[in-house]
Design a protein around this ligand. Structure first.
Ligand code: PLP
Ligand SMILES: N[C@@H](CCOP(=O)(O)O)C(=O)O
Length: 468
């Protein structure tokens, strides 16, 4: 398996090279040269497999010969051995055609663990075989950061720097990052939005000298390995609901478009997915794109679902690459225009093609609180605001059409206790392993939204490590 950049000007790479590269050298994102296929017969055979066994089968074609299969199997088993539910991603029926899939049973209580527990192990394996070290730089609106830190803490060959928007993540999310005492973990609270943090990370990757000197690595979903690991639970949901003999739909709470893009890949591999409902909060750039064909950046506004407070959805570029017939040069020009003009429009034909697979949905904060309350009254369950947006989208979709709709529940309610309490009067408790989280000492650096300041800080910290 070889990987190509969405902007057409970076070298083709193998899986291990893509894992270490993160962003492509032309500023694009790596995607597989072609989509591996899962046959109907394979899907039927895979129905009763454990999550780990299924994960190995779904992901193996993406590795090429970069990682030996026995080692990969071990990594997968270890990664999902950290989850606290035997099904790893349990599904619950909420209505006649309505299901939710819980993706928050990993160590940091959000769907990011499904990919990052594996990516941390892949990094270890590949760094050891290349005898290399890496400096991870990542941006987070709250969940990627803690999942990446948990996956990379105390690893000898990794230093990890996570940028989060100061004051714009929940107190639990912040503390899950800042209370980790490991020496290789560095938290930077940036005066700006998640989009600013993500721009800073991309700018560090595009600063060739900095990237090469400090051997930058990525943990955000710009890294293909993140997407690869997220494909598995779509296949799992499909098999549980009767694929390949029955089609289904997904409703996905969306920010950076990584989660829903992994579903798109599952469909490209042959899973019979009829439609994706792309669900957003008031930061609805994607919903507007599907409604109108035009993508236009408005400022990021804080909401009750802060992890989705994003306007520039990185992974949309991977979908656009296919909508542009995999013409990297044409897409590079389009992305440059979008960067400068903060707006881009799809041609009517491309817009129509996108609507065959996707539809948009948005929910206000008031609607989110109402949905948390409604679900609690109906089922007795507490759900977090991100999952609530997905479930509300799925409930609406289930009213139209006969195929089942699966809502992805992306975070544990205790990560957003304040919103859940406002909606239900009940404060969800953190699991026992995190019971004392709110009293642990924190460690973070406050920095301006300025590339030079961030790079200087990282250089200084790395120099101190060398002399320690
Ligand atoms: C809890 C939660 N739900 C949904 C999302 C949106 O997912 P994506 O960025 O993959 O679209 C995020 C952030 O990524 C998140 O942390
Ligand atoms: N919501 C995310 C934002 C980063 O997205 P990623 O999937 O690209 O890592 C977060 O919680 O940090």
């Amino acid at each position: 398996m070889r990987y190509i950049s969405t902007r057409g000007a970076a070298p083709m790479l193998s899986f291990d090279e893509v894992l270490l590269a993160g962003l492509a050298s032309d500023g694009g994102l790596y995607v597989p040269e072609s989509w591996p296929q899962i046959s109907a017969a394979e899907m039927r055979r895979w129905r009763g497999l454990s999550y780990a066994d299924l994960a190995v089968r779904v992901m193996a074609p993406f590795l090429g010969d970069a990682v030996p299969l026995p080692a990969f199997e071990r990594m997968v088993r270890d990664a999902y051995g950290t989850f606290d539910h035997p099904a790893i991603v349990p599904m619950k029926q909420l209505g006649e055609r309505l299901w939710s899939m819980e993706l928050f049973h990993g160590p940091t209580l959000a769907f990011k663990d499904l990919a990052l527990q594996l990516v941390g192990r892949l990094y270890d394996h590949v760094l050891a075989s290349h005898n290399a070290r890496v400096t991870i730089v990542g941006a987070t609106s709250g969940d990627t950061g803690s999942a990446a830190i948990e996956a990379c803490r105390d690893r000898k060959s990794i230093e990890i720097f996570i940028l989060h928007p100061e004051g714009r993540v929940s107190p639990v999310q912040r503390r899950q990052m800042t209370t980790v005492p490991s020496k290789n973990v560095h938290n930077l609270a940036v005066q700006g939005s998640f989009d600013d943090c993500q721009d800073l990370v991309k700018a560090m990757f595009n600063d060739r000298a900095f990237r090469e000197t400090y051997k930058l690595g990525a943990v955000n979903s710009i890294n293909w390995a993140r997407i690869m690991a997220q494909i598995v639970y779509y296949v799992r949901a499909g098999l549980e609901l009767g694929a390949p003999d029955r089609a289904l739909r997904f409703a996905v709470p969306t920010g950076n478009f990584g989660n829903v893009y992994a579903g798109y890949v599952a469909r490209q591999m042959g899973l019979p997915i009829e439609k994706f409902v792309v669900a957003s909060n008031r930061n609805d750039i994607l919903t507007r794109l599907f409604e109108t064909g035009t993508m236009e950046i408005h400022g990021v506004e804080p909401s009750l679902s802060p992890s989705m407070d994003i306007q520039v959805s990185s992974n949309l570029e991977r979908l656009l690459f296919d909508l542009y017939g995999r013409d990297g040069k044409a897409l590079a020009a389009e992305m440059e225009g979008f960067r400068k003009g903060k707006s881009m429009s799809l041609s009517p034909a491309r817009h129509k093609a996108a609507l065959e697979w996707f539809q948009g949905f948005r929910l206000s904060d008031e609607g989110t609180l109402a949905e948390i309350g409604r679900l609690h009254r109906l089922t007795g369950e507490l759900i977090d605001p991100h999952s609530a947006i997905g479930i509300a989208a799925a409930a609406e979709a289930a009213k139209a059409g006969d195929t089942p709709v699966v809502a992805l529940a992306t975070a544990h309610p205790a990560k957003f206790a304040e919103a859940v309490k406002r909606a239900t009067g009940i404060e969800p408790a953190l699991p026992p392993a995190l019971a004392d989280l709110m009293t642990r000492p924190e460690r973070l650096e406050r920095l301006p939204n300025d590339l030079n300041a961030i790079e200087a800080h990282i250089k200084q910290r790395l120099a101190e490590e060398v002399h320690a």
